[in-house]
Design a protein around this ligand. Structure first.
Ligand SMILES: [Zn+2]
Ligand SMILES: [Zn+2]
Length: 1021
């Protein structure tokens, strides 16, 4: 059975379309699963993308890594179920819809109507899911989107409700009044994980203000002013106290007729050299002192307290306290019995409780107005700006404010130790994340701010009566029982769910749902159980969950360390006291060619569909898998894609095309080939098969260790050797016009066929389209082989083909050839100019090269090769490498230079041979020299060129005798063609070379040589 002819001018996107159609028609994905039915499970979790916009190139990155390992595991005999998923709720979706309908906040949404708003959110999710599905299919990411979980579907929500009910029953889901990060535009509190996503460096005001003391146990303090520092002037109208470090030392400094109190270690930073110290006192002496606040607000406050959080590293050592806006402030205020004074509304603007001149103004915009007011009233001592990291809303980019608010919290701090334990048994790639970026953050765990005062999310399933009895409801079935009517078909979203009320089981009063929805990150963290609709009370999804927990593998971008990686782990510990994933691969960010983050506003985004149309999915996948470390940030450019096509895909394609052309011409059939056994094949065959064994071994080992990059690079280097060494050196063996069935032609063809089929199989998880294209032509349907490479087993290591001695000697031969080429380049001697002799020195390894002398001579285009000691090339000379030796020896380096200048060649010769030498300098002291500390050069015999590296030295005799020169002298291209008639025929695997008119050519190319235009054609024999 001949192979399908191969088009040397391939279009990879076209190949991919054909393969996609084949996969669909032949149902290859589902068959690849069915083929492993009953095999050991290898469990993968899909981190659900949020379908809130068109997918970008950064979505292709994790989707490629989430494809390569499941494919590899399937090919190595595992059953890898791949259930898709979509994250449907939350601010990302709401803000997209807000843009569509032109609202700018919650008031607008409520005026628009929550029912219609949520209907549009659902519709928006559906629309973008369609776009994601298109991308998923096109890039060859095999995942079951038909069976995908959607976090907005009722069984998913009920599963989440079940889990929240358990937390509530265990006292781990509670309402609390805390200071929390709050987005004034979105009108909701955010979790610590969300805050961590949005830090930016900004310039904020940095001001020092006076708090004049009005009452003190020690009357001499009255009239002095406490100096207080803040970067949030807008919180000063809410000031209720000042905190000092009781055990620290404070100074009263007199300056320009006033007395200022400041922490002793901070005096110089705040006041410089000015003023005179009139008194030193302990922080404890200031506790209880009363002062006049910058703005009047509440009674019975404005007193100095002791605080353990007071820093003596920055500020003044006296901390301004506004209980409404800081967690420590709130704790102190509660302990002191201060009422919470909050002059700012949910929209981030001052209310009527604020000073008249800022009412209605957004707090950050009020900062300069407040500074001016303080200046006018002489309360301001100094004002400047400070650059620091400040959190912004990860969705709408509004500066976050810290507010005392009532909200619902999950008490993750109660399971923190268990989280740390579980984290110890996870394997992180890269490993430093485990106890670095992730572990550090876990150490500082705070309770999870779960509730959101928003609309499109999983409703918090807590109903509360007038007498504050709370009831967590775990399902619509349970809700139906409580309400006394069938609600199992109800859409559990707002606003419908809010209309359901029931009689409180404890007191009979009317119970209504609390208004909040939950953090969408909780939804995605619940996927291990909620994707199956897991619900013990309803007897649903139990078996599926247990069979698929925990995951063997997850992978997402590195920003998920504080997102999904955390919520998955936290929920696994909270609900099942268990590890949720065993291996996690964290991927770096995708940047543009200049190293900038891609964004719509910069206009530097690369549309993934454009890349797919121009280069194909395999190119993009290969880039993502092998170009740079997967966990480092990576730059994407069209140039990088061009290079992959040229250097890798086309190299492989050309070998494939070459093979098919000659295999068909030889009538080769792998099934009935008479190729001789391995030990009787040519050295090039044995070498390439040994290299193939090494490649299979390394690819398997690295993929097992989640190193797709290392595995891919090894396969690429094999493909390059196959093309640039094996095929190039073996070309002539494929075409033996006299005897196409010669044993050697059969051996070469069989060897190359085996290499190509194995490479296609090795590459199947990486570049699934090209791999299947090769497989379908070279292997499918031959013997019992399946119709797709994705139904095949991953190649096994064939130890019988390994020949380490041959690997070493071929590497040496190639090093010799490389040095010979270098001499020809440096001396401008063309490779096609034959030379008489090459002299080679390889320390103690001459015998290894014996079987490869023909290869070396041919590559170097020399008539003879001789082995020799280095000495015969001429004496070595050395001079110090000043860059290395200078810093180590200082002035003594001149002594080394003098010693090397006197050297007769023996010292330099030993260094050239790789020895460390010791010598005594003119100062009478010894010095040890390493070979790399000395620059070595060899005095070259006249008429020879020499090159040396890693102990291997090659010399070429450059003298060109009349006999060698015969071709060069003749001049014209026609003469040269005539002179090389036989070589050209052999190189092109043609029976004969004919000069003249071309008739009946199957391939025709036009080219230019020495400014003459040549038309070259090939005609079938
Ligand atoms: Zn926001
Ligand atoms: Zn009640």
């Amino acid at each position: 059975m001949p192979f399908e002819p191969v088009d040397p001018k391939v279009s990879f996107p076209h190949v991919e379309e054909r393969i996609l159609a084949f996969w669909k028609d032949a149902d290859v994905f589902h068959r690849s699963l069915a083929a492993r039915d009953g095999a050991p499970r290898w469990i993968f979790y899909e981190g659900p993308p949020t379908a809130n916009a068109q997918p970008g190139i950064h979505h292709v990155e994790p989707r490629t890594f989430k494809d390569v390992f499941p494919r590899f595991k399937t090919m190595t005999g595992h059953y890898v179920e791949r259930k898709g998923g979509w994250d449907c709720h939350g601010l990302p979706v709401e803000i997209e819809v807000e843009k569509e309908i032109g609202t700018t906040g919650k008031k607008d949404i409520e005026a628009f109507g929550v029912a219609e708003f949520n209907r549009r959110c659902r519709e928006s999710v559906q629309r973008y899911v369609d776009a994601f599905e298109g991308l998923t299919e096109r890039i060859g990411f095999w995942i079951d989107t038909d069976q995908a979980y959607w976090t907005m579907h009722t069984p998913y929500i009920e599963s989440v409700w079940w889990s929240l009910k358990q937390l509530h029953l265990r006292g781990l889901l509670v309402q609390d009044h805390k200071v929390t990060a709050y987005c004034p535009r979105c009108g909701t509190a955010l979790s610590d994980a969300e805050v961590a996503q949005g830090y930016e460096t900004v310039a904020d005001p940095s001001i020092f203000v006076r708090f004049p003391i009005v009452e003190a146990g020690d009357p001499s303090l009255v009239g002095s002013s406490l100096l207080v520092w803040t970067t949030t002037p807008w919180t000063l109208p809410a000031n209720e106290g000042a905190a000092v470090d009781a055990s620290a030392s404070y100074l009263v400094v007199e300056r320009d007729g006033e007395r200022l109190v400041v922490g002793a270690p901070l005096r110089e930073a705040v006041l410089g050299e000015t003023g005179v110290i009139v008194r030193t006192l302990a922080g404890a002496d200031l506790v209880g002192v009363r002062y006049e606040p910058p703005y009047a607000n509440v009674d019975d406050a404005h007193v100095v307290v002791a605080g353990t959080f007071v820093s003596m590293e920055e500020g003044t050592g006296i901390v301004h306290m506004a209980p409404a806006f800081g967690p420590e402030d709130l704790a102190v205020g509660r302990a002191q019995g201060w009422p919470v004074f909050k002059p700012v509304g949910d929209d981030g603007r001052f209310t009527d409780l604020g000073p008249a001149f800022v009412r209605g103004v957004f707090v950050k915009d009020a900062d300069p107005l407040i500074v001016e007011d303080l200046r006018a009233r002489d309360v301001l001592f100094a004002a400047g700006t400070l650059e620091h990291a400040y959190p912004f809303c990860w969705r709408c980019h509004t500066p976050l404010l810290y507010y005392a608010r009532t909200g619902w919290y999950v008490r993750t701090t109660q399971v923190k130790d268990r989280l740390l334990d579980v984290n110890d048994s996870v394997r992180w790639y890269p490993s430093h994340i485990q106890h670095g970026r992730y572990g550090n953050w876990l150490e500082n765990n705070v309770d999870w701010a779960l509730s959101r005062e928003r609309y499109w999310g999983t409703p918090l399933p807590i109903w509360r009566c007038e007498r504050l009895h709370d009831r967590a409801v775990g399902s619509l079935t349970e809700l139906s029982e409580l309400a006394g009517r069938d609600l199992t078909g109800l859409d559990p979203h707002k606003p419908g769910i809010d209309e359901v009320t029931f009689d409180c089981p404890e007191c009979g009063g009317r119970a209504e749902r609390v208004p909040e929805v939950i953090d969408t990150w909780y939804d995605s963290g619940a996927m291990p159980f909620a994707q199956w609709g897991y619900h013990p009370e309803l007897g649903r999804g139990i078996e599926q969950f247990e069979r698929n927990f925990p995951a063997d593998f997850i992978s997402e971008a590195i920003d998920q360390t504080r997102g999904w990686f955390y919520t998955l782990m936290a929920e696994g510990v909270l609900h099942f006291d268990a590890l949720t994933y065993r291996n996690v691969v964290c991927l770096g960010l995708i940047l543009d060619a200049e190293g900038r983050k891609m964004s719509k506003s910069l206009g530097n985004s690369i549309d993934p569909f454009e890349v797919l149309d121009r280069y194909g999915a395999d190119t993009l996948r290969w880039f993502l898998l092998t170009n740079g470390s997967p966990w480092a940030d990576r730059r994407v450019s069209f140039e990088a894609f061009d290079e992959i096509v040229r250097q890798f895909l086309l190299t492989l394609w050309n070998v494939y095309s070459f093979f098919v052309t000659y295999a068909n011409a030889n009538g080769f059939d792998p099934a009935s080939s008479d190729a001789p056994p391995l030990e009787r094949r040519a050295v090039m065959d044995r070498w390439v098969l040994s290299q193939l064994t090494d490649t299979v071994h390394e690819a398997r080992e690295r993929l097992d260790a989640y190193d797709a990059t290392g595995a891919g690079r090894r396969i690429q280097s094999f493909a390059s050797d196959l093309s640039n060494w094996y095929v190039r050196r073996s070309r002539r063996r494929f075409w033996n016009p006299g005897d196409v069935a010669s044993a050697d032609a059969q051996a070469a063809t069989q060897t190359l066929h085996h290499c190509l089929v194995t490479v296609a199989t090795l590459l199947a998880p990486f570049v699934p389209f090209l791999a299947d294209e090769l497989w379908r032509n070279l292997a499918a349907g031959r013997g019992a082989l399946p119709d797709s490479v994705h139904l095949a087993d991953y190649p096994n290591v064939d130890e019988t083909a390994a020949d380490h001695a041959l690997d070493r000697s071929m590497a040496l031969a190639r090093a010799v050839v490389e040095l010979g080429r270098r001499i020809r380049v440096e001396t401008k001697t063309k490779t096609r100019q034959p030379l008489h002799e090459a002299v080679v020195h390889v320390p103690g390894r001459d015998a290894e090269l014996d079987g490869l002398l023909d290869v070396i001579a041919d590559e170097l285009n020399v008539k003879a090769i001789r082995f020799a000691d280095t000495e015969s090339f001429g004496a070595w000379r050395g001079k110090p490498n000043y860059r290395l030796l200078g810093p180590a020896l200082g002035a003594r380096v001149q002594g080394v230079a003098a010693a090397l200048a006197r050297d007769d060649g023996s010292l330099a010769g030993r260094l050239a041979a790789g020895e460390t030498v010791e010598l005594t300098l003119d100062d009478g002291l010894p010095v040890t020299l390493e070979p790399d500390q000395v620059e070595l050069a060899q005095a070259v015999m006249s008429g020879w060129g020499v090159a040396s590296e890693s102990g291997v030295t090659v010399a070429l005799e450059l003298e060109i005798s009349a006999e060698l020169r015969r071709v060069e002298a003749s001049g014209s291209v026609a003469d040269a063609l005539e002179a090389h008639r036989e070589e050209i025929a052999a190189e092109t695997l043609a029976i004969e070379l004919v000069l003249g008119a071309i008739e009946g050519a199957i391939i025709r190319e036009v080219t230019e040589i020495d400014e003459e235009t040549l038309t070259i054609g090939l005609r079938k024999a």
